[in-house]
Design a protein around this ligand. Structure first.
Ligand SMILES: Cc1ncc(COP(=O)(O)O)c(C=O)c1O
Length: 383
């Protein structure tokens, strides 16, 4: 059966060029990067190159890059690290209501531990409500967490404005750029954030490896304790092959950014237009968005059943829903945007990628339209 993968925001396939970079490291470069002998120094050199490539993608310096075991760990380290190092009376943590669970659940855990924590609203267009942020920021705010691009809608948040408002109150800013890196330019100097998280497996690298940018001279509490790796920011023997994969993925993303973005954006727009025309799709989340993401609602359709039907037809997409403890939770992002429950329940996320072709999109769109027609015909009452 022909299969079309349109779920790149969940994870991306490993780019063969990333695999080519990782394979010899897995096979041969087994030294511990902390060892002084030749074997260790081979691993150290591989880490140095990867660090330089990640730094270049973000317009940072190598010394500002901390390798982690993925985006979630980078978000945890940033939030806990910045809040934990803030000087009294700065304790408040603010996060946007559309954050990924990696940030949201870390913030909620901090709340359970006694930190004052508040969510900042997002509007119906998916954008952060800057007025709400302004009202919640005060001289006790330690950290504001805001993502650069949303994983469900693709919406790009006004991070530079958030930073400006936070600075007026002396607060630090953490930015989750996991869904932005590789899809749009990410320049930590222009954004002026204090920390910024990325993850390799969202940009054609391996799973379980990511990085946290930490601006020079930032006070950050260490959470994973042990050896003095990563300049004492994150202990543990480095995942050399994974980090080399991240570095190669970063270099490839940087080189192909403009071209990939334009090509994928045109495919995404064509998909949205066709599904609006032929299946009455309504878009969730307005521009500015990253070019690969389309979050669409279909009236009278249950997205969960549609996803299953499409999977049987060979098309992989996603609903914003997360399955927790056996119960399907409707997307907190779409709910935070104030969408009606029926619209949330009828929403699907299509996320295209580097290897998606026009023919893939055409084929998938035809199957989506068919599946929707079938569902609507089977349950006309729900329309
Ligand atoms: C916005 C965002 N932040 C963080 C993460 C977590 O990254 P990782 O899967 O590398 O732990 C994800 C992954 O879905 C994400 O989309």
């Amino acid at each position: 059966m022909r299969r079309v993968y349109l779920d790149h925001n969940a994870t991306t396939p490993l780019d063969p060029r990333v695999f080519e970079a990782m394979a010899p490291v897995l096979r041969d470069t087994f030294g511990n990067a902390s060892s002084l002998h030749w074997f260790g120094q081979q691993a150290r050199a591989a880490l140095d190159q990867a660090r330089a490539d990640v730094a270049a993608l973000l317009s940072a310096t190598s010394a500002e890059i901390v390798f982690t075991a993925g985006g979630t760990e980078a978000d945890n380290l940033a939030l806990r690290g910045l809040a934990g190092a803030a000087r009294e009376p700065r304790r408040k943590v603010l996060y946007s209501a559309a954050e990924h669970h990696a940030v949201m659940h870390t913030a909620r855990a901090l709340a359970e531990e006694g930190w004052p924590v508040e969510a900042v609203r997002v509007g119906e267009d998916g954008g952060l409500d800057l007025e709400d942020l302004r009202g919640k920021l005060d001289d006790h705010t330690a950290v504001v967490a805001v993502m650069l691009a949303n994983n469900e809608t693709g919406r790009i948040q006004p991070v530079a404005e958030v930073v400006r408002l936070a600075r007026e109150r002396g607060a630090l800013v953490h930015c989750d750029a996991v869904q932005a890196a590789g899809k749009m330019p990410v320049d930590v100097r222009a954004l002026d954030v204090d920390t910024l998280a990325i993850s390799a497996h969202k940009m054609y690298g391996p799973k379980g490896v990511g990085a946290l940018y930490v601006k020079r001279n930032t006070r950050m509490r260490t959470w994973v304790r042990g050896g003095s790796q990563e300049r004492n920011r994150r202990a543990g023997t480095e995942n050399v092959a994974g980090i080399v994969g991240l570095g190669r993925a970063a270099a490839l993303s940087r080189a192909g950014l403009a071209e990939d973005g334009a090509r994928v954006g045109a495919l995404r727009d064509a998909l949205e237009e066709r599904l609006a025309r032929e299946a009455g799709a309504r878009r969730n989340g307005e521009d500015p968005r990253v070019p690969n993401t389309a979050n669409l609602s279909f009236e009278g359709v249950d997205a969960e059943s549609l996803l299953m039907a499409l999977d049987l037809a060979g098309v992989a997409v996603s609903t914003g829903a997360a399955c927790a403890a056996g119960a399907v939770e409707p997307s907190h992002v779409l709910r935070a945007m104030g969408l009606r429950p029926e619209r949330v329940q009828g929403s699907l996320r299509f996320s295209l990628g580097r290897f998606t072709t026009a023919d893939d999109v055409d084929h998938a769109a035809g199957l989506v339209v068919q599946a929707i027609e079938r569902q609507r015909a089977a349950a006309p009452v729900r329309r």
